[in-house]
Design a protein around this ligand. Structure first.
Ligand SMILES: Cc1cc2nc3c(=O)[nH]c(=O)nc-3n(C[C@H](O)[C@H](O)[C@H](O)COP(=O)(O)OP(=O)(O)OC[C@H]3O[C@@H](n4cnc5c(N)ncnc54)[C@H](O)[C@@H]3O)c2cc1C
Length: 322
């Protein structure tokens, strides 16, 4: 049996060939996947993994595609989009299927009067993607609320507690290039709180986020903010008097500030442009290719390096660029 039929024989969901990934990414960029499947359940994922494992077929999981740049050549393997979105609340814990949208998880926390997830209000994507990226904002992140992650590793289902997830700033073990784990579900540790207070905090965050939102497709912040040691940040702050006040408190230099100082807002390569609203974002201003974005990223990194002697690192992930 050929690969396509092997994959088709284990799941009832359709396996498509040559599906354009641009439709599944928030950048609206990306070429075709050799094989593509929307997995509706854990059983589907386990079955597909069994075949991929046996055939040594390269694969990756796509959540909502809000933190990835997919190559114009697409991906020469299997792309599984997870569509399993169940949520279960028990006391102060919430068990979420990895395909559940973060917005749905946040909404459920509010409905259940659970606090701890307010920071995630307005972040697009799935909770599986959020764990992979250790998504965070407004002082919170996934590392702070994950209790347990259920994964498939080496074709076996395992559970990892929080300490085994290798958290770092916008990273986890799941984000490293040599990790092939698939996250099936996540259990969150939340706390009882006042619904009114939770809602007020969420509303405040949503309204702040609206101010930096573009109407164009993007993947949010392209670069990580730069963490410096306390003495380095002191030195930096003394050189640049117009830095926003809270920089030294967080020991972090925002990538967006560095890019703005290089006068790169509005800089365009092909259809890719540095957002006028938020310099940390690259938008697809129309027909942008992955190549346009890659070139713009390298222009930005080079400018920031030559002006500040600081090296920006991507927060987004590249898929299909081998
Ligand atoms: C407008 C905008 C604003 C944003 N704001 C923020 C923000 O404030 N803070 C922040 O941290 N991020 C932000 N992001 C980035 C992004 O939304 C988050 O990182 C989000 O959590 C990614 O989820 P996703 O489902 O889209 O992941 P995807 O982009 O689909 O995938 C990201 C990575 O996770 C992997 N992955 C996804 N699901 C699984 C799984 N089940 N098992 C194993 N691996 C998996 C993928 O293979 C990929 O490597 C923003 C993006 C946009 C477009």
């Amino acid at each position: 049996m050929d690969t396509l039929n092997r994959l088709r024989s284990v799941v009832s969901s359709p396996i498509k060939e040559g599906e354009l990934l641009a439709s599944y990414t928030s950048f609206k960029i990306g070429g075709p996947a050799k094989y593509f499947c929307v997995a509706e359940s854990t059983d589907d994922i386990v079955s597909l993994m069994g075949v991929a494992h046996k055939l040594k077929l390269p694969y990756f999981i796509l959540g909502s595609g809000t933190n990835v740049l997919v190559s114009d050549n697409g991906f020469d393997g299997l792309v599984i989009k997870i569509n399993d979105n169940k949520l279960k609340v028990k006391d102060e814990k919430m068990e979420c299927s990895s395909g559940a949208l973060l917005s749905k998880v946040v909404g459920q926390a509010l409905a259940s009067g659970l606090t701890g997830l307010e920071w995630a209000s307005g972040i697009p994507g799935t909770i599986g993607g959020a764990v992979c990226n250790n998504a965070g904002a407004y002082g919170g992140d996934m590392a702070g609320i994950v209790d347990m992650v259920e994964i498939i590793r080496d074709n076996k289902i395992k559970k990892l507690n929080n300490k085994k997830c290798g958290w770092a700033y916008r990273s986890s073990i799941f984000k490293s290039a040599d990790n092939h784990d698939i996250i099936l579900s996540i259990t969150l540790n939340l706390k009882r709180g006042s619904k009114n207070e939770i809602k007020a905090k969420m509303d405040e965050i949503i309204s702040q986020r609206k101010q930096k939102d573009d109407k164009y497709p993007s993947a949010g912040s392209v670069f990580k903010n730069i963490k410096l040691a306390p003495e380095e940040i002191k030195d930096f702050v003394s050189k640049y008097s117009d830095l926003p006040e809270n920089f030294s408190a967080y020991a972090t230099i925002p990538a967006a500030w560095l890019i703005e100082q290089c006068n790169l807002k509005g800089k365009k390569i092909g259809g890719a442009m540095v957002s006028e609203k938020h310099a940390g974002r690259i938008i697809n201003a129309g027909q942008a290719t992955a190549e346009d974005v890659i070139i713009l990223i390298s222009v930005i990194k080079q400018k920031v390096r030559s002006n500040f002697n600081l090296q920006l690192m991507e927060e987004i992930e590249y898929k299909g660029f081998n």
